[in-house]
Design a binder for this molecule. Structure first.
Ligand code: HEM
Length: 441
């Protein structure tokens, strides 16, 4: 049984204010950190996190039955394994790769141009609240074939659903609120799903609604759960990554100047943002049999949280890990949005993010549009930077000043620089990740 450290808690306000200050100490002194209040273990070393995420027999996603299913209204991809997982994952991937992606890039550009336009003459914008949040919801609604005008209502419901999944401790009132949000989101989605089954289009809901698994069409409950799965998974990390990318570039003016001059550096800047400050900080798994990490035995049935932020700054894997450097040779940018990514921001193994390639297209497209428009971009006077979130983490706001301009100066739609490889994350992809990491570690 591990001895909890009474002087330090991951649930403390100090840790929430800046977890990065504690990661080295955790990796060095308490790599299997036990939190008695929630009877869970936190793993901070890259190798341990990578082991948990790729050994699917020993570490399962059973915890999601309680943690996600009540608000997702059915089983989500992360709960599935085997043929069912492969088949349903492929259907989801088809919704935002290939010809569908080209159409979506136009929609991403149109959404971004429309949202930024009112702020250009003012020369001032909060990149998180004025732009990133509405942008990420509207783009995801477009992919699903839902009405982008509904974004505020959908965002409010998603807030409740997300809080249920990521809230480490929930009061009964918050729990009720979250379940209400999930019920209302389901009531909004079900008629659309049924209508798309009768009259399918090119959108992801139509693809899910008409796809078959083992020769049988998916039930409305299954389709609803997958749609909620995509909404929850796609929106929050994307808006956080965009804001974090701008923060790191503003904090490193020489790298900002390089990206402005050569936009083909954007994928590297996005990948380094994901390594340095991953928006998904924790990934939970259930331990199936007693498992030993760094001399500590974690008992069967326990919950372990993989600390992605800490693993991504492990000096055994990344040189000078606390430095933001888009040119770092140990990142392997070309692989950063595939199953062989070296950073763990998209997870790894069977459940590695299905939307990694789409996320890259989305952020690369919008950053390429914004960077020339937000000329002389800097923090607004008096702005105080603050991040929030233990499970998912990002800036509360990002107040920016820039040279005022007119909306008509928006450049033409941007074509991302490198072809997209969807992350299929089959067992062989997971094997490739394992082989690759073994070489590097
Ligand atoms: C920068 C943006 C993103 C980040 C950092 C991110 C991160 C992650 C992570 C860490 C996981 C693994 C969870 C686990 O192992 O339990 C995951 C899974 C997933 N993500 Fe993303 N995500 C991003 C964008 C997206 C987008 C845009 C979509 C959809 C369009 C998406 C859809 C999914 C889905 C459906 C899964 C579950 C996959 C499975 O279990 O097989 N994500 N994501």
């Amino acid at each position: 049984m591990p001895v909890p450290d009474p002087r330090f808690s991951i649930l403390s306000e100090d840790f929430a204010a800046d977890p990065y200050r504690y990661f080295a100490r955790l990796r060095d002194r308490s790599p299997v950190h036990y939190e008695p209040a929630i009877d869970s273990y936190f793993l901070s070393r890259y190798q341990d996190v990578q082991r948990v995420l790729t050994d699917h027999e020993a570490f399962t996603t059973e915890t999601l039955q309680e943690r996600a299913e009540p608000v997702m209204r059915g089983p989500v991809l992360a709960q599935m394994t085997g043929a069912e997982h492969t088949a349903k994952r492929k259907i989801v991937v088809r919704g935002f790769t290939g010809p569908a992606l080209q159409e979506q890039i136009r929609a991403i550009h149109a959404n971004a141009a429309e949202l930024v336009a009112p702020f250009l003459p003012r020369g001032r914008m909060d990149l998180v609240n004025d732009f990133g949040k509405p942008f990420a919801v509207r783009v995801t609604l477009d992919v699903l074939g839902l009405d982008r005008e509904d974004w505020q209502q959908v965002a409010a419901w998603l807030g409740g659903v997300g809080e249920f999944i990521t809230g480490i401790v929930l009061t009964p009132e918050r729990r009720r609120h979250c379940l209400d949000c999930a019920e209302q989101l389901e009531a909004y989605l079900v008629p659309v799903i049924e209508q798309r089954r009768r009259h399918p289009g090119e959108d992801l809901i139509s693809k899910l609604g008409t796809a078959e698994f083992d020769g049988i069409a998916m039930s409305t409950r299954d389709v609803t759960a997958l749609v909620v799965n995509v909404l929850v998974a796609a929106v929050e990390p994307a808006d956080k990554t965009l804001a974090l990318l701008f923060k790191h570039l503003i904090d490193h003016p020489e790298q900002l100047a390089q990206v402005r001059q050569d936009p083909t550096l954007l994928p590297a800047a996005i990948a380094e943002t994901l390594r340095y400050t991953p928006p998904v900080q924790l990934i939970p798994r259930q331990v199936e049999e007693d498992a030993e990490f760094a001399g500590t035995v974690v008992p069967a049935g326990a919950t372990v949280f993989c600390m992605i932020g800490a693993a991504n700054r492990d000096p055994d894997v990344f040189t000078a890990p606390d430095t933001f450097d888009l040119h770092r040779p140990d990142l392997g940018t070309a692989r950063s949005f595939t199953a062989a990514a070296q950073h763990l921001a998209f997870g790894t193994g069977l459940h590695q993010c299905v939307g990694a390639a789409f996320a890259r297209a989305e952020i690369e497209t919008v950053a390429a549009l914004l960077l020339p428009l937000l000329d002389r971009v800097r923090y607004s006077p008096g702005f105080a930077y603050r991040e929030t979130g233990l499970y998912t983490r990002g800036p509360a706001s990002l107040a920016l000043d820039f040279s005022p301009s007119t909306p008509s100066s928006a450049p033409t739609p941007f074509t991302p620089s490198v072809p997209f490889t969807p992350s299929t994350s089959t067992n062989s992809a997971a094997d490739a990740t394992r082989r690759h990491v073994r070489r590097v570690v």
